[in-house]
Design a protein around this ligand. Structure first.
Ligand code: MRU
Length: 389
């Protein structure tokens, strides 16, 4: 599908369009600045998303027009990544209100959206924020108020991720100064601009350091079963010109033993008030390997990913169990160019597919947030967010 370039239209600016003249988006596809979600430039109300299930084979931009399509997009991971799921749900509320602005419908749709994926707390955070704004708004004013709030959520995510980039880039700069050579960063899953509205979390420091001219290279975990590393992170880094190498999920420990990894940066789907971090399945194993090898392991997150109600991540964070078929099959492009799915196990082999794991805070060197870096502890987080005390 041909990539559509958003047209600048200041008339729609107040409805959440971001591509006004002068917008300097850091992330680009073939030179064109993009966000991962935006309001359609022609009609000013429908929502545009990049179908991430089709990457890297094709860049399909979908037009989403109702709340059922939004729920489908989140469930099927056409959009994914904790901050982007939150922003998408916020726009889902806008679309739901266009059809029915009543309180009853609004509450029902928010409850439905909240169930689409269980682990990323940004989803519930965004829906709660929308409801807080809209419950005290008259029904006839709700659509406009909803679009304004969704736009704020998206814009704040961009600003927060940019700030995470600055705070995290200092770590890469320090490693560069210390070693006097190219810095090797390992990352798991996709915590780049595709997983947020722009910039990314774990990849934002990498983009920032890259823009500052620091010589760096990224080890990209493939991230089975859905291969977000191979399909999405490798694609993002490649489009941006960042040096990277794809590795199998099992290679990281070996590379760390041989001094090939200076830093690990990962994102998070939910961080407890004590610093435990839920992220894509396999993150915990990388943290164990990093700990054993003295490699700093950093978790990058906007504050919308912190669940202040939870203390024990391993016991309290709900872990999404996804379809067995994601483990027993694999998708890719055949040599004839067609995208296809093949089985990798006997047809009667049962599979388990927990989509996330929890890295205990004791294995996390520190957290990178929009307000700065802190130890992965309750005191560390409260030091940055004293209003939560
Ligand atoms: O299942 P996904 O692809 O939504 O999981 C995404 C992740 O685990 C990311 O690392 C996390 O959401 C951080 S995104 C900035």
């Amino acid at each position: 599908m041909e990539l559509r370039r958003p047209q600048a239209d200041p008339a729609h600016d107040d409805m959440g369009c971001w591509y006004r003249p002068g917008y300097t988006a850091p992330m680009k596809i073939d030179g064109t600045p993009y966000r991962s979600i935006w309001v359609d430039e022609q009609d000013g109300w429908s929502v545009r998303i990049i179908d991430q299930t089709r990457l890297p084979w094709s860049i399909d931009i979908l037009r989403v027009t109702n709340v059922a399509e939004v729920a489908h997009a989140i469930r099927t991971m056409q959009v994914r990544g904790a901050p982007l799921i939150g922003a998408t749900a916020a726009y889902g509320v806008c679309l739901a209100l266009r059809a029915d602005p009543s309180s009853q419908a609004m509450e029902g749709h928010c409850a439905m959206l909240a169930e689409t994926r269980p682990t990323a707390v940004n989803l519930r955070w965004a829906l709660e924020r929308m409801l807080t704004r809209l419950r005290n708004t008259r029904a006839e004013d709700r659509v406009r108020a909803a679009y304004a709030e969704a736009r704020d959520i998206a814009d704040e995510d961009v600003a927060q991720c940019q700030s995470i980039g600055r705070h995290g880039a200092e770590l890469i700069e320090a490693a560069s100064t210390r070693t006097g050579r190219r810095v090797n960063v390992l990352t798991h899953c996709n915590a780049g601009w595709l997983a947020t509205v722009d910039w990314g979390t774990a990849l934002a420091p990498i983009y920032t350091a890259f823009e500052r001219g620091i010589d760096l290279h990224v080890w990209v975990d493939e991230t089975r079963p859905r291969n977000q590393g191979a399909a999405l992170t490798a694609w993002e880094l490649g489009r941006h010109g960042v040096a990277h190498t794809l590795i199998s999920d099992n290679a990281g420990g070996h590379l760390m033993q041989h001094g090939e990894v200076d830093l690990v940066f990962v994102g998070a789907d939910r961080v407890t008030r004590t610093g435990d971090a839920a992220n894509k399945i396999g993150t915990y194993l990388k943290a164990l390997a990093a700990h054993d090898n003295g490699v700093p392991f950093w978790v990058a997150l906007p504050s919308s990913t912190i669940d202040w109600t939870v203390s024990d991540g391993v016991r309290e964070i709900p872990i999404e169990e996804r379809a067995q078929s994601e483990v027993t099959t694999i998708s890719g492009r055949a040599l004839d160019g067609t995208v296809t799915t093949v089985r990798v196990a006997p047809s009667d082999t049962p599979a388990a597919n927990p989509a996330f794991d929890v890295t205990p805070a004791r294995l996390v060197s520190g957290l990178i947030t929009e307000r700065g870096r802190c130890p992965a502890t309750a005191d560390g987080l409260l030091g940055l967010f004293p209003e939560r005390a």
